[in-house]
Design a protein around this ligand. Structure first.
Ligand code: GLN
Length: 220
């Protein structure tokens, strides 16, 4: 797999993500948000951080970055597109995923390890996990996923809810922590699997995410 990690002004999880991808032998380049010619990749990753300082609303400015045209084309072509934390915020702002990330129900930044239920274990992002209850780090101030009732119902019916919080740490609609698009190739999640790939550092539950990505695409 050849992957690109997009660097926006204010990205701060790009280095961790590159390191995690390399740990799983993924060939990875860091590309600027100003680039437009990045068609040569199987997967595009939008990392966590505070793109453009989270001004206006997290992801609201990054959605206008030149690279987002390419990200949309890659998504439409069925390539893998993943947004982690701020990347998820950018994907919803860019209408690549439904809903919105809002300020946490109790305002403030949450930095913690939280229990996560893998709601759909048959996706290209989760299929390598051998269990459905995992622990992942979260770190966000605007992590409360919101969508109207009809959208949440549709996400549930179509099995697009990939991850849920076991305890609803930020007040998200229906405990939603991660969703994918209808086609199953675009994934946004607030937890950080790239920060959980080393047992030595206390948590390796993110490894299943990277293993899943490397398994054949049509097996989901
Ligand atoms: N780690 C992240 O990407 C979180 C930053 C994010 N912009 C926030 O809600 O606070």
């Amino acid at each position: 797999m050849k992957a690109a990690v997009v660097q926006f002004p204010g990205s701060n999880c790009d280095v961790d993500l590159v390191k995690a991808l390399k740990q799983f032998d993924v060939a990875v380049d860091v590309v600027s948000h100003q680039q437009t010619d990045v068609f040569d990749y199987d997967a595009l990753f939008l990392p966590g951080g505070f793109s453009f300082g989270d001004y206006l609303r997290s992801g609201a400015i990054a959605r206008f970055s030149p690279i987002m045209t390419t990200v949309k084309q890659a998504a439409a072509a069925g390539k893998t597109v993943v947004g982690i934390c701020n990347g998820f915020q950018i994907l919803t702002e860019a209408d690549l995923l439904p809903g919105q990330l809002m300020q946490n129900e109790t305002p403030g930044f949450i930095c913690d390890q939280v229990g996560i239920e893998i709601e759909n274990p048959a996706t290209r992002f989760t299929k390598a996990y051998d269990r459905t209850e995992i622990t992942l780090p979260v770190a966000h101030g605007e992590g409360r996923y919101y969508a109207d009732e009809a959208t949440v119902a549709q996400l549930n019916t179509q099995h697009q809810v990939v991850l849920r919080y076991q305890t609803n740490v930020n007040g998200s609609s229906d405990h939603i922590a991660g969703i994918m698009n209808e086609a199953g190739n675009v994934f946004g999640l607030m937890p950080h699997p790239e920060r959980a790939v080393e047992s030595l550092l206390g948590n390796a539950d993110g490894q299943g995410f990277f293993r899943s990505l490397l398994a054949p695409v049509d097996v989901h």
